[in-house]
Ligand binder design. Structure first.
Ligand code: 4NP
Length: 155
C-alpha cells in the first residue's frame, strides 16, 4: 500500500480539498486498493471539524465527496504510517521538519510536482477567500502527484 498524507496549517481548507480531490482521482483510476489518502493540520485549532464551507462549496460544485472527513493534527507517528507527506506551503515544510525527520519518507510541497506552476505554494484561502483559484492549483498538483506515484511504483 502507498500511503499519502496531505498537510496544511488548519486541516480545514487546503489539505482536506487535496485529500478529497486525490481520493477522487485515485478512485477513477481504480487504484483505491493500492493508495490510501488522509490529511492533517500543523495546528490543533480545528480538530474534529468538517472542511471549511468554502472547501465544501467548491467540492460540491465539482461533485467530489468529502464525506466523513474531519480535521486532525499531524503526529510523529505519521512518519511511520505514511510514505508521502505533501504540504501546501514553505511554512508547512518548515513545521514538519521541526516535528520529525525520517529518511524514507518523502516530504514535499504539492506544487513541486507541477512543472512551470505559476505558484510554488498553495495560497491559504482561509485568509484570501479564493477557493476557486486554490481548487485549480490543488487539482493540478494532485493530478501530477498521482502521475509521479504511478510512475515510481509501476501502477
Ligand atoms: P488551511 O487554512 O491551513 O488551508 O486549513 C487555515 C485554516 C485555519 C487557520 C489557518 C489556516 N486558522 O488559523 O485557524
Amino acid at each position: 500500500m502507498i500511503r499519502v498524507l496531505f498537510v496544511c496549517l488548519g486541516n480545514i481548507c487546503r489539505s482536506p480539498m487535496a485529500e478529497a480531490i486525490f481520493k477522487d482521482l485515485v478512485k477513477k483510476e481504480g487504484l483505491d486498493e493500492k493508495i490510501t489518502v488522509d490529511s492533517a493540520g500543523i495546528g490543533h485549532w480545528h480538530i474534529g471539524s468538517e472542511p471549511h464551507e468554502g472547501t465544501r462549496a467548491i467540492l460540491d460544485e465539482k461533485s467530489i465527496s468529502y464525506e466523513g472527513m474531519s480535521a486532525r493534527q499531524v503526529k510523529a507517528s505519521d512518519w511511520d504510517d505514511f510514505d508521502y507527506l505533501i504540504a501546501m506551503d514553505d511554512k508547512n515544510i518548515q513545521d514538519l521538519k521541526g516535528i520529525r525527520e525520517k529518511n524514507d519518507v518523502v516530504v514535499a510541497k504539492l506544487l513541486d510536482f507541477v512543472p512551470h506552476s505559476k505558484e510554488s505554494e498553495v495560497p491559504d484561502p482561509y485568509f484570501t477567500g479564493n477557493f476557486e483559484y486554490v481548487y485549480d492549483l490543488v487539482h493540478d498538483g494532485c493530478f501530477k502527484l498521482l502521475e509521479k506515484i504511478k510512475n515510481d511504483h509501476n501502477l
